[in-house]
Every structure is written in C-alpha cells, then in structure tokens.
Write a protein of this length. Sequence first.
Length: 795
Amino acid sequence: DDGGPDPEKHCGHGRGGMGEEVKRKEDKRFITGRGNYVDDIKKPGMLHCEIVRSPHAHARVEDIDKSRALDLDGVVAVLTAEDLAAHELATMPTLMDDTQDVLVNDKVKFQSQEVAAVIATDRYVAKDGAEKVEVDYEVLDPVVTAEEALEADAPLIRDELEDQEDNHIFDWDVGDKEATDEVFEEADVTVEEQMEYQRLHPAPIETCGCVADWDPGKDKITVHLTSQAPHAHRTLFSQVSGIPEHKVRIVSPDVGGGFGNKVPIYPGYVVAAAASVVLEQPVKWMEERSENIQTTGFARDYDMTGELAATEDGIIKGVRTDVLANHGAYNAVAQPSKFPAGFFNIFTGSYDIEAAYGSLTAAFTNTAPGGVAYRCSFRVTEAVYLIERMVKVLAQELDMDPAEIRRKNFIPADAFPYESATGWNYDSGDYEKALDKALEMADYDHYREEQRRRIEEDADKLIGIGISSFTEVVGAGPGKSCDIAGIEMFDSADIRVNPTGNAVLRVGVQTQGQGHETTFAQIVAEELGMDVENISVEHGDTDTDPYGLGTYGSRSTPVAGAATAVAARKVREKAKSIAANELEAAEEDIEWDRESGEFHVAGAPDRSITITEIAAGAYMNHPTSEEPGLEAVNYYDPPEMTYPFGSYIVIVEVDRETGEVDFEKFVAVDDCGNRINPMVIEGQIHGGLAQGIGTAMMEHVTYDENGNCTGGDFMNYLLPTANEIPNFETGYTVTPSPHHPIGAKGVGESPTVGSPPAIVNAVVDAMAHAGTTHVEMPMTPDRVWEALDEAGLAH
Ligand code: CDP
C-alpha cells in the first residue's frame, strides 16, 4: 500500500478525490424540488393514522369509547392497547432495555402520550376521528423535574414495574473518587459552579413518520421510515413484531434532518405497521410539529455541578462533577455504549488532568422520554459544556487569561495517543495549534483592549470574549464496547465496478443531509483513481445495502468512511491482477500511482492502464486465476474512536439596557483530521454553529408544574433563523487520525458540541469584572438582563 492520502497534498488529483470541493451531487434533486421524503410516498389504497394523545401528564385511563369515531365516514379502525395486546404489540422495548407502552395500557406517564390510534381513508378524516375518541381519565399528581422525582414522597410514576419503589433509575460513577478527593483537599484553589444543560429537541425540519405496507402475497412488510439507522431498525422491527427479519424491508428515503431524533423507534411506527398487517393495506403515519417536539426523543436535560482543583498558577489537578439527569417517563436514552451516561466520561476535555471523578443519578419524570444524541456523540455535549465552562470559572478565580490557562493545561501534542484520567484513549491532537490560529483570526488582543476601554468608559454595550477549546469523541464502535440491541457497532461498504468503468457504492450508514452521496464517492475516487462523477452512492434500503448501524454521533466518516476506503483498496488489489493480465506483466510488478490514478509496470510508467480499462478486463478478459467481476465488501470494526477538536472564539456585545446579545465575531477553527470535502465540512460547521447558537440563546423544551409542555411548538420552542446567525469565520488545522485508513475524523457535530460553552463564556466574560460567574442557557434577554442587574451593571 502507498500509505494513503497525504494531508499536505490534498488536491483530489482533479478527479474529485480527497480534499476537493466537489459540489454536492444530491443538491440537484433537492434544489429542483425532486427530493423524495417519507411524506411524499403515496400508495394505492393507502390509509392514514392519527394518534389520540393524552392532555394530562399523569393520569389513569378509566375508559376509552371508540364509537363516535367509528361512526365517522372513512374511519376504518380505532386501535387501543387492548387491540395491540391481541397481537402481542402492546409494549415495545426502548433502546435502553426499558419497556414502553405503544398505546397507553393503564396509566399515562407524560403529556401527549399515545392513547389510541385512528386509521382512516384520509388524513383529515383520521384527525377528525381522533377528536371523537372519548377517553375518561383519573388525573394524578405529576412530577416534572428530576429533583422533585427523587423526593421521598414523590408520586411513583412507574408503578407497573416490579421492584420499582421510587422514581430512581440508576446511579453511575467513573474515575477515582479517593484520588480526586485527595487532590481537592491539597489544592491551592478550588472552584465550583452549578449549571443546567436544558432540555432541547433536535427539531429536524422533517418530523418523524412512516408508510408501512404489508404484502400478504409475500408475507413481507416494507416500511418507508424516517430512519437514521435502517438496518438496526429492521432488526428491532423483526424482534418486536415477530416477522422474520428477511421479511422486513426498511427503506429510508431522503431524510430531512435527523440529529439523533430519528434513531429511536416510536409508537406511531409500531401502530402503522400493525394496522397495515391487520388491514392488509398500506398505512401512513406522519407527525405534526408539536407531536414531534412534545413526544419524540428530546436531548440533554442534565443538571450539573462542576468543580476544579488547581494550583495558584493555574495548573488543573482535578475535576469533579455530579449530575442529575431527567430521563422522562421511560428510560429511552439512545446511546450504544456500555456506560449508562454514554460518553460523558470525556469530561476531562482537552486537558491533562491528574484526577477525575464523576457521578450521575438518573430519574423518571412525567415528561416525554428521550436523551438522544442531538448532533453529538452520546452526552459528549454535556461533558464539553461542563469542562469548558469550568475552565472559564477557574480563570476568573485566578484572574488569568482564559486562553493562557487553557494553554497551560492542554494535553501536549507529543503526548498522543493519550489516556485520560477516566480511561479514554485519545488518538491524536494539537490543541495549542488550533487555539493559536483561532486567537489570531479573532484579533484577540484587540478585543481585550476594546473590552477594557468599554468598562473604563462605562459604555452602554459591554464586550465579552468566550473561548472553547473542545475535544470530541466520535465514531462508535468499536464493537467490543458499543452495540445496539447486542449488535456490534461496525459499519460497511460494498463497491461494485461495472464493465463500463463506473461504480456503485452501497453503505450501511444513512445520510440526513450531510452529503454522503458526494463525500463517500470522493473516497472511492481517491482510492481507485476514478472520476467522482462515475461513482454513485446508495444507502437507506435494507434489501440492497450491506448491514450497518446507521448515522449519528458523527460516526459515518470514522466507520463507514473507513469501510469504504478498505473496500476500495480491496478492489484495487484485484485490479492489479487484472492490470497484470492486460499489460502482460507479473502482478508483483504492477504499481498504482495515486497521482495519475493509473496502474503501471514498475520502471515502465508508459506501460499503464486506467481503472476503466481494468473494469472492462474484469468482465471481458478476466485472468483465469481470478473470478470475473470487480467488487469488494468491507465490514469495518474501528479499533478506537476518533477525537476531533477545535477552538472557537466568540466575541459578543451585551446591551446593558435590554440584555440583548449581539455577535461581533464568531471564529471556529476545527480539526477533523484529513478532510474529504472542505466545502461540505464548512457547511457542516455553519449548520452546527447555528444549532449551537439556538442552544445557547433560545431553545428550551419547558413544562409547567402540571407537566404541560409549554415549549412544544415553534411559537414557543424558538429556533434560530438567518436573522440571529452572524457571519462565521472558519479555519482549520489537520491532525490525521493515526488509526483511520484515510486519516479522517468525524466533524458533523463538533460545532454544536463546541460552541455553546464559547457563547456562554463570552456573555459571562462581559460581566466577569463585576463578579458574574455563570448565566444559564438559553440566555434570553431577560436572563441576561437579570444577570446584569445582579452584577450591578444593568442600565
Ligand atoms: O455521521 P455524519 O455523516 O453525521 O458525520 P461525519 O462523519 O462527521 O460527516 C459529515 C459530512 O462531512 C460527511 O459528508 C463527511 O464525509 C464530511 N467529512 C469530510 O468531508 N471530511 C472529514 N474529515 C469528516 C467529514
């Protein structure tokens, strides 16, 4: 092998390989309105499903009267838990081994929970029918926060579970408690801060839904599903329904954003599939916006205490954290690791910290279940927020520059591979380089000066500068430590080169807008010397694609991207023997030249052959020592995860009169190892930063004390629009992953993970001179104004 692409020579060789800004192949159909989403699918005789939802957060269902709904013209069936029980579908497993009612069996446990389903010939009739289903409830006292849920006299939410005497789910801890306590006792300085990572929702523009189509002639069900993980969903569908897996086909067509929301299985999917089997007609279920926000996988909801112990000159010796997690009514967290809190273990961040200890308690509440990895790798967002906020708190306590304190504590570039105090193996990094670049791009010294000037002049608008030098962990597996329902987290690629020299790549991951049809083709172009235009990428159909675990947690490039490179190299190996046959040379004398993409005889560069000619040879003149054809499959179990990182610097202006925050400058320097498509990466960074701004400034799924979701639609759950988004200045460094075949790390979630602490640090920084150490997210103008007022800075 030639050692893979060279990061210094990223040019794609003009064929659209690694490093070229190839325009996204998928955009032609998207911008011409030819995308094909689940709700675009219409089948002859298709019925529609609407869900009857509980208005109460905690209530016993006394009676359900279907008669008025069934009287409505066009209503075909009304289903309740009793009907599903006859088909052993009353409950379904969550991704965390809990059992969730598909339709409420006895007791409602969160507002908008699924109580009954109406199947009708038309969506509007189904909706009218749902309004006519009469449900009698005995309303019970709800418990909304994790803190209340753990009080001794709190109402028991999960009374159907044997041995469940309170609302406690689990306790978990990591690190060396004794060693950490000791470091804290001996430390010159300790700091502590309480912070909440509020409940968020991924809120993809396309909500969740499916079209289930049972074929009684083949005893086979085809489900078009808004799925980030079609194969894992096929296995789970088969397990829940009892339909053999080879008789289940999941098709995930174009997906309008997933962000972790389309990883779990939801009751609507099960109801639509059951209805299709029983009625022998296709059944569509598609959520409305409020159903999506109020009932499907939320994210975060961690109440965290952070502590740091340090020397006088700012060397961090220890980190301690304690977390209270609200998991909602069922334990339905979507994370595949053996750790109950996922990858929260990485809370030591980018710093070389001697001792670390973290503990976490999770509780049931009368709120929707969830805990999905919203554009993040399984709780890494919470961990990054904690450590990056705490470093700022410490810098303030020591009156040190927050850039300087980071520099003093970074894991040094020559210390990789590095094992953290919580036992995580970082593959590579150069944190100081990324920070230096960001400081330069941000004109840091100038803004520090400007900040001082405004304070001295008692100006109306204060300047705040926030830094986040985050490290991420993406690319789950390896299979030995990560699985979904026992299936190890590998991923796959299948390349078939056609006789005319073009190729089809099928992968086990499923894009939701990340541009895989382009970037995965670029990997093949790079590794086979083909033109990127001659490679098409297919995914999302379990009948044709190789088994894979899906796309979330930025795992596509680290895992399926690696599988693609390995499969392409297998094709290249076989291509050598065909080249030898065509060039009448010995196979060991055939060399492949990455630059030209051609195969030639060693020492005779003009005796060369292209991959197109080889493809023809594979089918029309194959060597007798080989099978005909040119294809390869790879199932890739990564040896480790990859650790992308970056430094973000945010400069804000805080209005002392209104509490409004304006972004003056937003610099993001990312390192995702070798870069496949810089333009796609930039798009990923822009989108992720927008979501980070939403997180820091406006998004929050709120509940009132009765468990009514008061932040469950786009009037109340505020998403950032172009108006709130500043111009981003992006930069990069390249520190390849040593174990990835093309040296790449994931990137999609870095900006969402890395930016909220930079933004909060900036707002806090504007008031730091008056003693403010924290402002809770979302930093709405009223919250910021209150913080200004408390610090005596409000005008
Ligand atoms: O799993 P997901 O696709 O969400 O995340 P990812 O692996 O970080 O990839 C997001 C997009 O960025 C994909 O189209 C990748 O191929 C591309 N990317 C890239 O061009 N270079 C990298 N080093 C990492 C990702």
